[in-house]
Design a protein around this ligand. Structure first.
Ligand code: FE2
Ligand code: FE2
Length: 173
């Protein structure tokens, strides 16, 4: 067994090989490094006001989306859809936690957003699709706006991860 860490969320992973995607934040394998090689890049002394604003907005998006997925998981009668929404809720919560580390603020408590979802998993996947598309568009802008390598790295990783989520919702809505 080897100990790995994700350069995006920082979480540790024990395994015989690096996972294809971070099990916590969904980041691609290229971000998974041996624990010895991990670099904590979350301390950005001169975070620009533009990046700060973008990260705050991203945090809001992630918290909202995670709350939506928690609701969708709780409401879904289908166990497979339930598990899928639970997995997505956890990943979005991890994104929120990662953003909080850069902003140096405590991570907010995320609760199911009972007004955000419906009983029908198909309707929830359709809503998820729109949410993820909005997120990808915004994170692309966040990456383009960023003058800090780390902020650009995080927004770029989020674009990839939420694009994976778009493919999931595309096939299920
Ligand atoms: Fe990760
Ligand atoms: Fe996310």
């Amino acid at each position: 067994m080897k100990l790995y860490r994700c350069q995006i969320c920082g979480d540790p992973y024990l395994g015989s090989a690096p996972p294809t995607n971070c099990p916590f934040c969904g980041a691609a394998q290229k971000y998974i490094v041996l624990a010895e090689d991990y670099q904590d890049r979350n301390d950005i002394p001169d975070l620009s006001s533009r990046s700060r604003e973008n990260l705050k907005k991203a945090l809001e998006l992630e918290v909202n989306n995670s709350g939506f997925y928690l609701c969708a998981a709780a409401c879904s009668p289908d166990p497979v859809a339930q598990a899928m929404f639970k997995a997505l809720a956890k990943i979005e919560a991890e994104h929120a936690a990662t953003i909080c580390k850069i902003l140096k603020i405590p991570k907010p408590e995320i609760k199911p957003d009972d007004k955000a979802c419906q009983k029908d998993p198909k309707a929830n996947f359709a809503a998820a699709h729109e949410r993820e598309q909005r997120a990808v568009a915004f994170y692309r802008q966040g990456a383009a706006d960023a003058t800090e390598d780390r902020v650009c790295q995080v927004f770029s990783a989020l674009v990839e991860i939420e694009s994976d989520h778009i493919h999931i919702s595309e096939t299920r809505k």
